[in-house]
Write a protein that binds this ligand. Sequence first.
Ligand code: CCH
Length: 284
Amino acid sequence: AAGIPVKEFVPTQEDYVKIYNEVAKRLVDFDEYDDGSYGPVLVRLAWHASGTYDVETKTGGSNGATMRFQPESDHGANAGLKAARDFLEPVKELFPWVSYSDLWTLAGVCALQQMGGPVIPWRPGRADSDVSACTPDGRLPDATKEQKHLRSIFGRMGFNDQEIVALSGAHALGRCHTDRSGFDGPWTFSPTMLTNDYYKLLVGEKWNWKKWNGPAQYEDKTKALMMLPTDMALIKDKEFKKWVDKYAKDQDVFFKDFSDVVVKLFELGVPFKQEERWVFKVAE
Ligand code: CCH
């Protein structure tokens, strides 16, 4: 039988706006989590999905969403990100046509904008892969290391010194969890608002080694805030510190550079057909 041709659903910008708004709504609805928002862990999910990219082999990156599968879901660096994936599962059920890889990055954009961050232009085009595309362990940064490691890991993704420092400002958000990374505490006093406080605190506070049985980390004099060895590397290294000083002085400059570098991060290795990037309005 010739049958009736099945009309393929071709989503438009409006359809992606619906996804953005649904994620934004859920961020408000589920405000009992952690410091009062799933926002930070959604940002971390999008970053860990994207940050596996290798410029040489053109493997990894947000295209594929391979963190859904073992072994990648069990990589030490991804501990705790199930919370973010599970948070987005009902959104995927509402919009089954969206790929996980587009959904995770769009949710990252939504979280950043809803937490007071800059506009992050975004475009669709990622397709999900199967388990065979999982990246090997060790592609994401190790918080116990310093500048040499940062340059090697982020260099493999294609980022320079300025971009490394701009990306690191995401640590204004969220916190470390002893049952995930082993580290403990937030970097700033407003972990659900994107600001340039991370840089201000890095240069403005006195940081001492925390005396405890956990992994080596720094604490401020109030003992409420923390820095990782990789965070402190940004002020130990003269080239990195230039950018820390610049972003500490001027939040607008940070926001501009942060937006540019996050767009690049979320697009690493994605074979887009669409040239145009869309800007999503912050939901009320
Ligand atoms: Fe990060 N990050 N990150 N990070 N990160 C952690 C948490 C967050 C490193 C290590 C850690 C970026 C760069 C680095 C976020 C975004 C970004 C934690 C705690 C560790 C450890 C995890 C836990 O215990 O839950 C290291 C090392 C680097 C190297 O530079 C970049 C880049 C980004 C985004 C652009 C966010 C957000 C969090 C908070 C997550 C949460 O659940 O609150």
